[in-house]
Design a protein around this ligand. Structure first.
Ligand SMILES: [Zn+2]
Ligand SMILES: [Zn+2]
Length: 610
């Protein structure tokens, strides 16, 4: 991959003789993979010269992909001056965080309204496709892109790009989650740890470093990093090269030099070999596959970020807040996004409400009358059902010191914390990102009421983890022919997995229970037909739907033993949406009965069943 900096300035363009070396244009990065995939990050004023450069390069068409971190002006203001967008035949895919009030297209069109600019977004000649994305991983040409929320007053995504065996991360604009880390020391926990994992072992990290630790006191909550934090988080993540960027508009070249020198000294003193430099307009960096090390490239399936389900806007928030000023400001911020919230003013009532009303997000003040916040949090986790173990809980601490007292989030089980004071915009962003995360989940099947008895009956069958047998395989083969589907499974739902006694089609032997369709059929004990998974709120974002094996159609016939235990299904799976008519449903029930008989047959393995 080749990376070139076209804009490195934060907040506002700052041309002039004192900013010549690092540059005065706002954020814009060009990335090209060895095979020619063109991917730009952010379209601050730097993108104007980049557009001219691309047009002059002779490349035709000038098509590519543009990732926008967020829509603050310094990250989008160059867009109307990006010449390739004006040329018919060019095609551009634009990606940005999914917002709330308006679509990405509306947001970008806003700065091109007639009052501000002579040409509207609709009049641009190129074909433009807009993609509103949430946290996740997707593919752009031969580049794998991982998007992760940053900590900024606007909903902001950082991007990790991997191609050609190398990784580059763009993390701008971002403030330390724990403000005590702004000085460049302290233990990296919780969301800062998650941020470090996002940067892990990258060949190049381009990181927000707008402020210095000495300046930070007056800048808390503005959503930017200190150079010291950037260096420490990158060093701890094993990053190879760190580019400090989003230079403050007041920072002249000599001042950037001093910051870079100071950071280099710190890094060297820590014994790290990480290279540090100031991002400068025109700088080109070639990244090659590391030969001396193993880069932990993204594992798992590449998933396409999908649009939000409409259910997102039905999310609810529960506030446990005794301080009326805090409660009012939280309520206002949440209501501004059209999300419903309820308030309880003491710990016991908050707990009762959390367990009965099943909110999508819980925000707890640390000090509540009765049970305090951490105790409520622990109780939700221990007394609630399966769903309550997953609900995100944000703790509001009074001061950084109190946040430290709270200790590891893992102890009390909360997911995140907010330290007072914080702005309403900051609060809104945090609530949004948590709700977006939860809205992206799929529904996991509830546990059947007879779960333990059911598991005992399943284990007693003695079928789990046995070798494939023809008496089952012939049934799945027949079913595949009868229904003309590529995959038929005899699926047994164990405590944490579904294990396949027989699988027609190219199948693993087992998959996690949490993403199992069959677990839903087992919980409901009736046949389950999903005609098109992407249209079904329960399955639309299931990893098996948005990733391989890309399930679209599912029909499962429950397998119920004589004692009433439902142990699994025989199921049909297809990558195309389809329906089952009544006759076919009857045939599937017949096959289910034959499989059930084989499960109950206690003769010698391999012998024909009764
Ligand atoms: Zn910015
Ligand atoms: Zn910003």
């Amino acid at each position: 991959m080749r990376v070139r900096f076209w804009g490195t300035r934060g907040s506002i363009a700052t041309p002039g003789e004192d900013t010549v070396r690092y540059g005065g244009n706002t954020s814009c990065i060009e990335v090209q993979s060895a095979s020619g995939t063109l991917l730009l990050i952010d379209c601050g004023t730097g993108i104007r010269a980049l557009g001219d450069h691309l047009m002059a390069s002779g490349r035709r068409p000038v098509s590519g992909h543009l990732l926008i971190s967020h829509t603050h002006w310094d990250h989008i203001q160059g867009l109307p001056f990006f010449t390739p967008l004006f040329v018919p035949g060019n095609e551009w895919d634009i990606y940005a965080p999914q917002g709330f009030e308006q679509s990405l297209q509306e947001t970008l069109a806003g700065q091109m309204q007639y009052t501000y600019f002579p040409i509207t977004l609709d009049e641009l000649g190129a074909t433009i496709r807009y993609h509103e994305i949430v946290e996740g991983t997707f593919r752009v040409g031969d580049i794998r892109v991982q998007a992760q929320y940053l900590n900024h007053p606007a909903l902001t995504l950082g991007y990790r790009l991997e191609a050609d065996g190398a990784a580059v991360v763009y993390a701008c604009d971002h403030e330390p989650h724990s403000r005590s880390l702004a000085g460049g020391s302290g233990s990296i926990d919780g969301h800062d740890r998650r941020h470090a994992e996002f940067l892990a072992s990258a060949d190049l990290v381009i990181h927000d470093a707008q402020y210095t630790a000495a300046e930070y006191d007056g800048k808390k909550g503005w959503g930017h990093s200190t150079a010291e934090y950037a260096a420490e988080i990158a060093r701890s993540a094993g990053v190879h090269r760190l580019a400090l960027t989003h230079h403050d508009p007041r920072r002249v070249d000599a001042a950037v030099d001093r910051i870079v020198a100071a950071v280099r000294q710190r890094v060297a003193a820590s014994g790290s070999a990480m290279e540090v430099f100031g991002a400068a307009e025109g700088l080109v960096i070639e990244l090659h596959a590391g030969t001396d090390r193993h880069l932990p490239l993204l594992t798992g399936e590449v998933t396409q970020a999908a649009p939000l389900p409409s259910a997102f806007f039905e999310r609810t928030v529960l506030l446990g807040a005794a301080d009326p000023v805090l409660a009012a400001s939280l309520l206002e911020a949440i209501a501004a996004d059209g999300i419903h919230a309820t308030v309880e003013t003491d710990g016991d009532r908050t707990l009762a409400m959390a367990l009965s009303a099943r909110p999508s997000l819980v925000i707890l003040e640390q000090h509540l009358p009765g049970m305090d916040g951490p105790a409520v949090c622990r109780a939700i986790r221990s007394q609630g059902g399966e769903a309550d173990k997953d609900v995100p809980i944000i703790m509001v601490a009074d001061r950084e010191r109190n946040a430290a007292d709270l200790g590891d989030a893992g102890d009390a089980g909360f997911s995140d914390w907010l330290v007072r004071p914080f702005s309403s915009a900051y609060m809104r962003t945090r609530v949004r990102s948590w709700l977006l995360r939860t809205a992206c989940r799929w529904q996991k099947a509830p546990l059947p009421p007879d779960e333990e008895q059911r598991l005992a009956a399943l284990h007693k069958l003695g079928v789990l983890d046995t070798a494939p047998e023809e008496r089952f395989d012939r049934l799945t083969r027949l079913a595949a022919a009868i229904f003309d589907v590529p995959t038929v499974l005899v699926s047994l739902v164990d405590r944490d997995r579904q294990w396949f006694k027989s699988g027609y089609g190219d199948q693993p032997r087992e998959t996690p229970r949490e993403m199992s369709f069959c677990a839903h059929a087992v919980a409901n004990r009736v046949p389950l037909v999903v005609a098109d998974a992407v249209q079904d709120e329960r399955f639309a974002e299931n990893p098996m739907v948005i990733g391989d094996p890309r399930v679209r159609f599912y029909a499962g016939q429950p397998l119920i033993l004589p004692d009433g235990s439902c142990v699994g299904t025989v199921c049909l799976v297809d990558t195309r949406p389809r329906e089952l008519d009544e006759t076919q449903k009857g045939l599937l029930a017949d096959i289910g009965e034959l499989v059930r008989r084989e499960l109950l047959f206690t003769g010698a393995p391999g012998a024909p069943g009764a």
